[in-house]
Design a binder for this molecule. Structure first.
Ligand SMILES: N[C@@H](CCC(=O)N[C@@H](CS)C(=O)NCC(=O)O)C(=O)O
Length: 199
């Protein structure tokens, strides 16, 4: 088995870093320097033509998009370890949260992030921020009465918390969400997460 992981510090690849830490799957790590333009170099564009991290190559097959990587690593290495559901309704729920966090949550957060900094006072900044808090409310409601998204901890939690952690750095008060805040704390206390953060 060969698994290569293309990563960069302080990037979306942190999600895959956490997923691999949970799975304890050995891999060869290639750390790229975003500022030096490593993701746009021809040798990396052969792996990921989008020029973004994370990307993995498993036994010769390149896979990009963090949500696809989480689901692929989960189904390949996580089922026996009880970190990812077997095919069925629970698998569907895991996929729902993982894809939603990239397609909906990260998207509205990205639009809101565009309003921060010098352009902070643009007219629809309040609307952009509300789109983020509305999406976070969906997550908060999904966590109601549960320790984790599917009840027990899965890689869906690992993935979604990565996006929420980023949102916490975008002038959004996560403490306003009564279920998200303790959920983030429970995840941060996991040894694999501590290791991923330190790594
Ligand atoms: N939707 C992609 C987003 C990946 C992405 O935008 N990665 C950024 C870092 S956070 C990147 O590699 N940018 C290229 C660069 O800055 O050179 C995913 O979830 O994997």
């Amino acid at each position: 088995m060969s698994l290569t992981f293309y990563t960069a510090p302080m990037s979306t690849a942190g999600i895959t870093e956490a997923v691999l830490a949970e799975l304890q799957t050995p891999c060869e790590r290639v750390t790229l320097n975003l500022k030096a333009g490593d993701t746009k170099k021809p040798e990396f564009l052969k792996v990921n033509p989008n020029g973004t991290v994370p990307a993995i190559v498993h036994d010769g097959t390149p896979i990009w998009e963090s949500s696809a990587i989480t689901m692929y690593l989960g189904e390949t290495f996580g089922v026996e370890k009880k970190l990812y559901p077997a095919p069925g309704a629970q698998r569907g729920e895991a996929m729902k949260w993982i894809v939603w966090s990239n397609v909906v949550l990260a998207n509205v957060a990205g639009q809101h992030a565009g309003h921060l900094g010098p352009d902070h006072k643009v007219p629809d900044a309040a609307k952009a921020k509300k789109a983020v808090t509305d999406a976070l409310q969906i997550l908060d409601d999904g966590l109601k009465g549960k320790q984790f998204l599917l009840g027990d901890y899965t890689l869906a939690d690992t993935h979604v918390q990565g996006i929420v952690g980023w949102i916490g750095m975008l002038e959004i008060d996560l403490s306003a969400f009564g279920n998200i805040t303790p959920w983030m704390k429970r995840i941060a206390e996991r040894p694999a997460m501590a290791a991923a953060m330190a790594g």
